[in-house]
Ligand binder design. Structure first.
Ligand SMILES: [Zn+2]
Length: 146
């Protein structure tokens, strides 16, 4: 997540900018240049994953158009969608999107957005369960599993 936040992921556009002779199109949709913001936010595949993964957390209707919109959404907080839960879900989603991108790039293997969203759901649930005795995490499980 930190590397993604700094826009230092080795996306195809960045790899090509370093002189590698590779196509710059997105590994997930093959229709747009693979930049961080496209791969993680505006790609049709990624948007489907976000929509499924953030279902209960009150995501923006149009989802995220750029990284700043994602960061703004993470920082907002409501009773049913606290910032800490938004951070956990975002971190898990970014991790799984990058993992899927590498899976598509290196193994030509595509996992459906629904399957990825289930892995995100499970990862966030496990993260909360591992910290359930901390005051900050006590109410999160019921918010996440509803
Ligand atoms: Zn794409």
């Amino acid at each position: 997540m930190w590397v993604a936040n700094l826009d230092r992921l080795p996306t195809r556009v960045r790899l090509a900018s370093w002189g590698l002779q590779i196509p710059t199109t997105c590994c997930l949709c093959s229709s747009e240049p693979e930049t961080r913001d496209h791969l993680m936010l505006t790609c049709q595949f990624s948007r489907e994953v976000w929509k499924l993964a953030l279902g209960n957390l009150n995501p923006p209707v149009q989802l995220f158009r750029d990284w700043n919109e994602l960061l703004s959404w993470i920082r907002m907080s409501s009773k049913l969608s606290p910032s800490i839960l938004r951070k956990l879900a975002t971190q898990a989603t970014i991790f799984h999107l990058w993992k899927q991108r590498n899976n598509a790039y290196h193994n030509s293997c595509v996992v459906l957005p629904l399957v990825i969203s289930k892995m995100i759901y499970r990862d966030v649930k496990n993260t909360i369960l591992a910290r359930r005795n901390r005051k900050q995490f006590r109410t999160l499980l019921s918010l996440w599993i509803t």
